[in-house]
Design a protein around this ligand. Sequence first.
Ligand SMILES: Nc1ncnc2c1ncn2[C@@H]1O[C@H](COP(=O)(O)OP(=O)(O)OP(=O)(O)O)[C@@H](O)[C@H]1O
Ligand SMILES: [Mg+2]
Length: 212
Amino acid sequence: MKAITFVTQKGGSGKSTLCISLAVAAQEAGQSVCILEMDRQATVTDWAEHRRADTPEVAQIDATQLDDIMARLRSSDFDYVFIDTPGVDSPGSLAAIRAADLCVIPCRPTPADLRAFKPTLAAIYRLEKKFAFVLNQTPPRSYRVRDASDGLAVLGVLPDVNIVMRNDHQDALGMGQGVTEYNPTGQAASEVRRLWTWIEKRSQGLSYVKAA
Ligand SMILES: Nc1ncnc2c1ncn2[C@@H]1O[C@H](COP(=O)(O)OP(=O)(O)OP(=O)(O)O)[C@@H](O)[C@H]1O
Ligand SMILES: [Mg+2]
């Protein structure tokens, strides 16, 4: 079982959105996935309540429960547990980073987002965790995306796909679906599938890497 934590203290960067759609895409690719939600905002729990399908299972937990739950999940049949964290620095976020095999840091290509992940990255370095940025809510093509990609690629690992700002992401969430269910042939779905393929590969192998 591998744990993937979606983390950055910048609110609204896309942690919950990517957690949800990647969990569905992972299931469609044959993996069994559950989601632990550590955010009282309950975006994922709300989504699950609007959902017809029973999977992925979603549990809302707090930081004090994480270690016990992870111990139980490690001997379960789940291939992946995805952990969604709040958009503020909290003991829960730190515990979720500690539990991770891979931390995914969603980031919009804006100066504020590009500054805001630094404390998150410092915690990830300190705990020697493997991580990847994901550029989210990007315009389809712009110099700003290229500059952000170049900057992030220097700091760490960046997938070969960015997640473009598309209505499908917002509409899917409202319907209790992943973006690959909502519009399977859309570009948003295709980007999320490519991202899952990349993340799956990255999450295998060593459970941590040292900062360069
Ligand atoms: N690629 C995208 N295209 C369009 N809208 C998006 C995309 N990604 C996220 N959004 C929208 O942006 C908003 C914020 O996303 P989300 O709730 O996933 O961020 P978050 O990082 O989980 O925020 P918080 O820190 O408050 O938990 C939501 O309304 C979501 O639908
Ligand atoms: Mg969220």
